[in-house]
Design a protein around this ligand. Structure first.
Ligand SMILES: Cc1cc2nc3c(=O)[nH]c(=O)nc-3n(C[C@H](O)[C@H](O)[C@H](O)COP(=O)(O)OP(=O)(O)OC[C@H]3O[C@@H](n4cnc5c(N)ncnc54)[C@H](O)[C@@H]3O)c2cc1C
Length: 413
């Protein structure tokens, strides 16, 4: 089907998935990353294949929350004052995409990719002999406070319009459903179609190993530029060397903005920083991933321990982490489960690559036909990584990807 040489920039879940699908089509593929596979944001996420997650971050009324975001540095969505001038243009677009009608359209777009996400995960996991890493347990959102559950009705109504399958549990059913929880929850919603990966970091590494075993090449170097001919890039410059290629895929997560600009596309990409705490010896293990509806974070029973992950901090790529945010996750976690053993605890911060409309860029370049872009997956990059790879391979091979690609285009802003 293909016999071109593709260079994929970025070895996160998106880049490695794309490399595998391009390789499956018969192309020669080189991945270039300054770090080892999976060491970027794909290392520390909550590992949930969140096919229900069709609601963008900016929803109606978000504008009125901006002062709160600035005043509470430990709140679930916070903005760092020092970064405000830099992120202001992104924030304006973020708010501009939060109207009822726009959110409805975005949810249709996101869901069109989300419904194909699990199949792509399973296809790649099977290829790499890792099918057991994907668990189809569903996930459970729990709510302590009535008012949080009341405001979640809006989300449920939107998810219902998108065909998301869920079941609202009665109060007395919650602990029967998930015995590890403290008896503090009055409402819960079960999403049977969500899955999770038992170790998100190991998944990327194992997919990368399979890619190499099949003849793929991974170069550890930072990409610094491109050699551009009349038809587009002919080589990628990385680590002081020039790597000739027929086509390029930018899948560098939160770091894709500069690379896209070098290939002729100015994109409003920024980062929503998120945190996690992982407890390898927690002594509590839910049956499935959970979501705290009161504090907007996920809890996942991974092979490497119990992980509490989430929150959004708009603070750019340079500022030091504020690990008080991770401690706050831990405090909420203790309220959910009671005592937790913190021996061996590790805290982490990662950079979600985020577009202001919460829709990833999955696109062929407008400037050069031999350029492709897969980044900006925000909160759902683990979920959409494999399907993004499949779609990019479809676009490269001239196949119909089976969904409307217009809303994912790189030049939509
Ligand atoms: C706390 C938290 C929880 C999350 N939970 C979930 C979840 O449960 N489910 C879900 O679906 N998503 C989740 N996400 C989102 C998900 O982790 C991201 O969307 C996803 O990891 C993005 O993958 P990526 O491959 O685009 O980026 P990355 O994994 O960051 O990979 C990009 C790679 O590009 C490389 N790179 C950058 N610049 C260059 C350059 N110049 N040259 C060479 N290489 C370069 C980097 O080194 C990096 O390895 C979560 C995120 C966070 C922060």
């Amino acid at each position: 089907m293909g016999n071109r040489h593709f260079i994929v920039i970025g070895a996160g879940i998106v880049g490695i998935s794309t490399a595998l699908y391009l390789q499956k089509d018969g192309n020669r593929v080189t991945v270039i990353d300054g770090r080892d596979p999976g060491e970027g944001t794909s290392k520390g996420n909550a590992a949930v294949i969140a096919t229900e997650s069709c609601i963008p971050v900016a929803t109606p009324g978000i504008l009125w929350d901006v002062p709160k975001m600035l005043m509470d540095p430990l709140g679930p969505l916070a903005i760092r004052w020092a970064y405000l001038p830099k992120i202001a243009p992104w924030l304006l677009r973020f708010v501009a995409n939060s109207g009822e009608k726009r959110v409805e359209q975005i949810s249709i777009t996101l869901r069109s990719a989300l419904v194909q996400a699990l199949a792509a995960h399973k296809e790649l996991a099977a290829l790499a002999n890792q099918s057991l890493m994907i668990k189809d347990t569903g996930w459970l959102g729990v709510f302590e406070k009535d008012e949080k559950f009341q405001s979640y009705q809006w989300d449920l109504a939107l998810q219902k319009r998108r065909g998301v399958n869920f079941q609202v549990l009665k109060k007395e059913e919650i602990r029967q459903f998930e015995p590890s929880l403290q008896p503090i929850y009055s409402h819960a919603v079960y999403y049977p179609e969500n899955s999770f990966v038992t170790d998100n970091f190991a998944l990327v590494q194992r997919l990368a190993n399979h890619f190499i075993a099949n003849g793929g090449k991974i170069v550890k170097a930072d990409v610094t530029g491109f050699e551009i001919g009349a038809e587009g890039p002919t080589a990628v410059n990385a680590g002081g060397q020039s790597y000739p290629c027929d086509a390029v895929v930018v899948a560098a997560g939160a770091w894709s903005k500069k690379l896209s600009a070098m290939l002729g596309h100015k994109v409003p990409l920024d980062t929503e920083r998120g945190y996690h705490v992982t407890l390898p010896n927690a002594q509590k293990r839910p049956r499935m991933p959970l979501y705290s509806g009161d504090h907007s974070f996920a809890i996942t029973p991974l092979d490497v321990g119990l992980r509490f992950a989430g929150t959004v901090e708009l603070g750019g790529l340079e500022a030091e982490p504020n690990y008080a945010r991770a401690q706050k996750l831990m405090n909420h976690g203790k309220r959910m489960f009671g005592e937790l053993d913190e021996t061996g605890r590790s805290d982490w911060m990662g950079f979600r690559p985020s577009m202001p409309d919460s829709v990833p860029v999955i696109s062929q370049g407008g400037r050069f036909k031999n350029t492709y872009f897969g980044f900006g997956h925000g909160h759902i990059g683990l979920t959409l990584g494999p399907v993004t790879g499949r779609i990019i391979a479809d676009l490269a091979a001239g196949r119909d990807p089976g969904l409307d690609m217009q809303p994912f285009r790189i030049d939509r802003f």
